[in-house]
Write a protein of this length. Structure first.
Length: 390
């Protein structure tokens, strides 16, 4: 496929993905809010059939919503379902994954498919099993499994791809919950009512459990999807722990927000949770220190990590910068077709003023380090790059 077509497809899918996700998460947040703001109906006669009601004004219209308990045979002719938001989010997200990651690397695609499919299977079986009836244990087991996957993916992929794949895995679980549990259970409930039988409470409860999982996963998934913009999070050795802390903290923040109607301290709890997470992450990814006698190459290697060079130059299914392995002394082809030998002067210039010579096949996105890194650091970096072999 030509890069032009890929670029357009990328734009279309990304745009559609964001719109669908806003609709999905937006309606989920709106219904949670609606549910928690219902008051008992003003009309005495309705108390048996209406669980709660709510008056709203928006966009020049007055709306009156009621949450009803339906009796057999009372199904309205037109009933709106909310499912295509979820399916469209997953389908456009998966297309993006194929386009940006899977087409670039066969191994990356295999790992991605295994993580998405395997993640869903393990999660679904776990919550169908006896463990799923002990909620706290189920959540704890899921978190331990998440940490294991995070550890493994951060080893085999770049940190950036690992975060995105885990976001896609959790997003797949959310869409799977809608497709396999929530919608089919709602259909069964309605079918029973149509057939003149009463509500099966268990079906509703089961749908509610999966819907609650989805609710707690929204913030962690949003963070993982946006994490590409925050290299500080994943370009360090402990990225897999950073991921765990962020997932825990964001699920906790979602919890404080969910219970804010009956928990007056929800705001300090939210700020507190955020601060604890931020401070622990800052400690975790604090630059490592070297011993006194470290060689120039060792120092260069550390600077390469601490200065974030790894974020773009580390090997992985999607790599924004060229591999620097074995670069020293090798000819480099530039965008204008000319070629240049990667000697010390070239490396120096590539780091301080990268926009001067752009390597063929790459975008001019490397930030200039002129005035940012010291001469000493630059020398250590160059010693490291000279020695960088497979
Ligand atoms: C935002 C991503 C990004 C970061 C961060 C980054 N680079 Fe780059 N780098 C690139 C890209 C893209 C290219 C290829 C395009 C170009 O020549 O500018 C490149 C090119 C280079 C080259 C020339 C490579 C060749 O094949 O000829 C060197 C050397 C280099 N980078 C070193 C570094 C060092 C050292 C750091 C950290 C101090 C760093 N880069 C940080 C993206 C990045």
């Amino acid at each position: 496929m030509s890069t032009e077509i890929i670029e357009w497809l990328h734009l279309i899918f990304r745009f559609a993905h964001v719109v669908a996700a806003i609709m999905w998460i937006g309606s989920s947040i709106f219904f949670m809010w609606l549910d928690s703001h219902l008051t008992s109906p003003q009309d005495e006669k309705e108390r048996d059939s209406v669980e709660g009601e709510l008056w709203m004004i928006h966009g020049g219209g007055i709306f009156h919503s009621r949450k009803r308990i339906l009796k057999p045979g009372e199904i309205p002719e037109l009933l709106h379902w909310f499912k295509w938001e979820a399916y469209a989010t997953w389908l456009t997200g998966f297309s993006l994954l194929v386009l940006i990651y899977f087409l670039q690397s066969g191994t990356g695609a295999l790992i991605g498919l295994a993580v998405l499919g395997g993640g869903w299977l393990v999660y679904d079986l776990l919550w169908r099993s006896a463990l799923g009836r002990r909620k706290e244990i189920g959540v704890a087991v899921c978190f331990v499994l998440l940490m294991l996957i995070s550890y493994w993916l951060c080893r085999v992929l770049s940190g950036k791809a690992a975060f995105l794949y885990i976001g896609a895995m959790l997003g797949t679980m959310m869409a799977g919950n809608v497709f396999v549990h929530i919608i089919p259970n709602q259909k069964k409930m309605l079918a029973a009512l149509c057939a003149g039988e009463p509500h099966d409470i268990d079906l509703g409860k089961h749908a509610k459990l999966r819907s609650t999982h989805n609710n707690y996963l929204t913030f962690p998934v949003l963070f993982l999807m946006l994490s590409g913009h925050f290299p500080q999070m994943w370009s360090n050795d402990r990225a897999w722990i950073v991921l765990g802390i962020m997932v825990l903290a964001l699920a906790a923040i979602k919890h404080w927000m969910n219970i804010r109607e009956r928990f007056p301290h929800w705001l300090p709890a939210t700020v507190g949770t955020f601060l604890i997470a931020a401070v622990s992450i800052s400690f975790l990814k604090a630059p490592q220190k070297l011993s006194e006698g470290a060689s120039a190459v060792e120092k260069g290697k550390l600077i390469f990590t601490n200065r974030g060079c790894v974020a773009c130059h580390q090997a992985g299914p999607i790599q924004q910068g060229p591999s620097l392995v074995g670069i020293f002394g090798m000819p480099q082809v530039l965008t204008d077709g000319s070629s240049v030998i990667a000697d010390e002067a070239y490396l120096r210039e590539s780091i301080l003023e990268p926009q001067k010579k752009i390597v063929k096949g790459y975008m001019p996105i490397m930030p200039p380090y002129e005035g940012i890194i010291s001469d000493e650091e630059l020398n250590f970096l160059i010693s490291y790059l000279k020695e960088l072999h497979e």
